[in-house]
Design a binder for this molecule. Structure first.
Ligand SMILES: Cc1cc2nc3c(=O)[nH]c(=O)nc-3n(C[C@H](O)[C@H](O)[C@H](O)COP(=O)(O)OP(=O)(O)OC[C@H]3O[C@@H](n4cnc5c(N)ncnc54)[C@H](O)[C@@H]3O)c2cc1C
Length: 344
């Protein structure tokens, strides 16, 4: 998303733009997403939820999100709902399929299946390759030695090109290189395909007893259960088991009951067992997007001639989770404006 936003904004400012896209379609992970673009309603809540994030960058995203959304509406962004369904947050639900087409159309020269592999000389560059969730060795190096056990829950193309090119050009690393946004997902032999990235999420750890194979227990801390996914990723064999008592099966998380989520895991082929008064579901961590990346300043600049947007820029939601679509939107706009000398 960050790259398309930067391209559209740069063209609006009069630049000639070339977008190199590794994938065979526009929209990256944005297109697979739920489309909820949001910020915390309260600034203090943002800081409490993501205490390790760079405060100046958080301010930038939090203060510019509403005007960014207004810009996106002016581009013709299709909105499915004017509400996020989460009382902690304010924002919208975007129609991500149509938005991808709308932005790609206005981004000008977009070349599919043409990955960026080296930085061009003499022109400003906006790196927006979506982080490194699909780069197994980078995930192993920065996040967990159990990288092989993680299931992919984001686009297959974001393997860390932006990170590597940025570092080679002199950029630094952000805080939180070991953090990622993800979900507990049904364990193999379940197969998790893109169509199931959202519907197979097992987001009821708060109603379960969460244990690893040694019997160590984990108590969820965050409303988003991002901490649960990160904990699972670091356990032996990247596995955990959710023990759900029968009286918790009717509990709801957004529009689904715990029983429905368990049923989706069973149908997908995950090990789901009945025990005395409880159901036990084996889960692994699904990795959606990385939260650490290149360090940028509030003009989205990472190094000479290099600006960064989206998940390639790290250190915004460190310690928790804040909308990746929101930071891709705001940093995309800021990166284009700064690269062209239009910064505030
Ligand atoms: C299932 C799912 C649900 C989600 N739900 C939400 C949600 O409701 N709300 C929210 O805020 N966030 C959500 N997210 C996260 C959100 O989609 C991301 O945070 C956001 O898309 C990040 O934007 P980006 O521009 O960094 O990456 P992307 O949108 O993934 O774009 C990166 C692009 O870079 C391309 N690329 C990679 N490498 C190269 C290369 N070498 N050369 C050229 N191109 C390259 C990729 O193909 C991709 O098109 C969800 C993600 C998923 C997968």
């Amino acid at each position: 998303m960050g790259g398309l936003v930067a391209a559209v904004r740069a063209r609006e400012l009069g630049a000639d733009v070339l977008v190199l896209e590794k994938g065979d379609r526009p929209g990256g992970s944005m297109r697979l997403s739920g489309g909820y673009a949001w910020r915390y309603r309260e600034w203090d809540r943002f800081r409490d939820e993501c205490p390790g994030g760079d405060e100046a960058l958080q301010r930038l995203v939090w203060e510019h999100f509403d005007s960014g959304l207004a810009w996106l509406r002016r581009q013709g962004a299709p909105i499915l709902s004017e509400d996020t369904g989460n009382p902690l947050t304010t924002g919208v639900r975007l129609d991500v399929d149509r938005l991808s087409s709308v932005l790609a159309k206005q981004a000008g020269d977009v070349r599919f299946r043409e990955p960026l592999t080296a930085l061009p000389d003499g022109v400003p560059v906006v790196l927006a390759t979506g982080g490194f969730h699909a780069g197994r060795e980078l995930v192993r190096r920065h996040i967990t030695p159990e990288a092989d056990e993680l299931v992919l829950r984001g686009n297959p193309w974001s393997a860390g090109t932006g990170l590597e090119l940025g570092l080679a050009a002199g950029a630094g690393l952000s805080a939180g290189m070991d953090e990622f946004w993800g979900r507990a997902m049904p364990a193999p032999p379940a197969v998790v395909e893109p169509a199931g990235y959202r519907s197979l999420g097992q987001t009821y750890a708060r109603f379960a007893r969460v244990v690893n194979e040694r019997g160590d227990e984990y108590r969820p801390r965050s409303w988003s259960e991002i901490d649960v996914a990160q904990w699972i990723a670091r356990q032996p064999r990247g596995r955990a088991w959710f023990h759900v008592r029968d009286d918790a099966l009717a509990e709801r998380v957004r529009d689904r009951t715990v029983a429905e989520m368990i049923e989706s895991a069973r149908e997908a082929g995950a090990p789901v067992e009945r025990a005395e008064g409880e159901t036990v579901v084996e889960v692994v961590a699904g990795i959606t997007t990385t939260l650490g990346g290149l360090a940028v300043d509030t003009s989205a600049r990472a190094a000479d001639g290099i600006w960064v947007a989206g998940a390639d820029a790290g250190g915004i939601s460190t310690g928790g989770w804040a909308s990746g679509l929101a930071s891709a939107l705001v940093l995309g706009l800021v990166a284009a404006e700064s690269a062209l000398g239009h910064a505030e």
